[in-house]
Write a protein that binds this ligand. Sequence first.
Ligand code: NOJ
Ligand code: MG
Length: 590
Amino acid sequence: MRMGIIVLGLIALLGCSSVNGDTEWWQTMSLYQIYPRSWKDSDGDGIGDLQGIESKLEHLVDAGVDAFWISPIYPSPMADFGYDISDFMDIDPIFGTLDDFDNLVATAKSLGLKVVMDFVPNHSSDEHEWFINSMASVDPYTDYYIWKNGTVLENGTITPPNNWVSVFGGSAWTWNNQRQAYYLHQFAEEQPDLNYWNEEVVAAMKEVLVFWLDRGVDGFRVDAIPHLFEDSTFPDEPLTGDTDDPTDYGYVEHDYTKHLQETYDMVQQWREVLDNYTENSDGVPRIMMAEAYANTSMTMKYYDYGAHFPFNFNLISNVDGSSTAAEIKESALDEWLNNVPDNATSNWVIGNHDKSRVATRYSPEQVDALNIINLLLPGVSVTYYGEEIGMEDQWISYEDTVDPQGCNQDEDTYESYSRDPARTPMQWDATTSAGFSTNESTWLPVNTNYLTLNLAAQVAADTSHYKVYQALTALRKEAVIQEGSVNVQLINNNVFAFMREHSGSVPVMVVANMANNSETVSLEVFDNAADTLLVSIASVDSSLTEGSEVSKTSLEISALSALVLRSGAEALISSGIIILFVTALAYFHH
Ligand code: NOJ
Ligand code: MG
């Protein structure tokens, strides 16, 4: 009897060997991004809000998510939908009030969810009182922004001081009549860049961090970091030669406006603010995640300068649905894993509010494969809202386009720039506006596929993207995923696989077929895997389902699908018996 209990206990232990507890909360989290305008509308105005978010937090718990970050909810004229902030220390009435925010944080905490704010340090709105005072040269705000006289041509006209281009297209300089000077904006003209050479700006932005820490937030996603500092001698950027269009961001290199060393030093200073806060309060780390589109070495450098992690955009920027398994392994997985510093926490991002959705950038069939890869590789997984159910981009007409990056273009080109298609309302169910709002008209149209593609339908279905997602977040709680090693192998040009191992745990193997045809492969490269494997999670369109037994040396994997495999019960019991034997020896010896 006692033996039986020990055997059962050991088998349970093996399947789910305990995590060692040395990791901090954020290192193993499954993180979810909420785009607040589009998640849940509580008051029927067609735009999401804080009470809406609070009312749906149970969904995150149900999905197995540990933490969420929210795109900006601060007062904003919404020229860039919240990334143009007119008060860093308040809430926009569209989203609610500071009380609503406090309630949201309290409810999140009661559900065990961590809350991460979006900190947007590079720029404010042109309606921020700092900018209003700066235009009027009122101290101490006169030098809060980057002001520069224009170049006066022979014919008397004034042109921008240099050739710097804005990320959203057009000159990065806009003339201001009141101040009789140009101001710099690396994004929209309604987003003047703050002057980080000014110590008062640096101090003011640190106060912003403390303000939100005091309200109970667990950390920050930091926006557009590479753009913080610009060369203060304002040289022309070198031309790339890639395009003849001087209004295109790709017209010039960004040697003088991006990735300056002072930018990294600033990140280090913010880390000190967070660490001081932790030390002087409860000892729980407050985290900083850096948003930086940069090459690998520039990205990894943020680890050395205090970021808990810089987002890993490899699966967004380096590869897509047209990539082979070989390319994905090399340019996304190996590129990260071979360069991440020792002891640093990795992370994986497959979508956000700036990029096409996975179902569109890859294909609807690859939604599960991407979630499987994202959630089972080492470190933090980041899920953009709606990816847990495989939402797709919604085509939006030029007339209905609201994103400045799209509106800056003409009717022929806007589609490759607009970010609206990936920002449509969350598809909760098949009722009015997909259950997002009681209003039939929403700020961006609901995807036309919502009657069939929605959370409620996927909860009710036996197999669905959501069920796969839930199985993955559950598996992430095991030590083998939280702490295990990773070994990535290319099986053939279309198929890659990786194995996660941890002593005392049943290994986990992931096999992904990126081709449009099924492939039969052998996984014998993984010596430690048992000869017979069990499918524990499978893409919804896979011919194999949970519980299917497969052979390690001849495994058929369906087109565009991925499988999560573990050793069968036999292997579990035999390794269980060895441990049992050792335990029994120790017991009787005692
Ligand atoms: C990056 C954000 O993700 C994007 O949405 C925004 O437009 C720019 N930064 C400017 O804040
Ligand atoms: Mg800047």
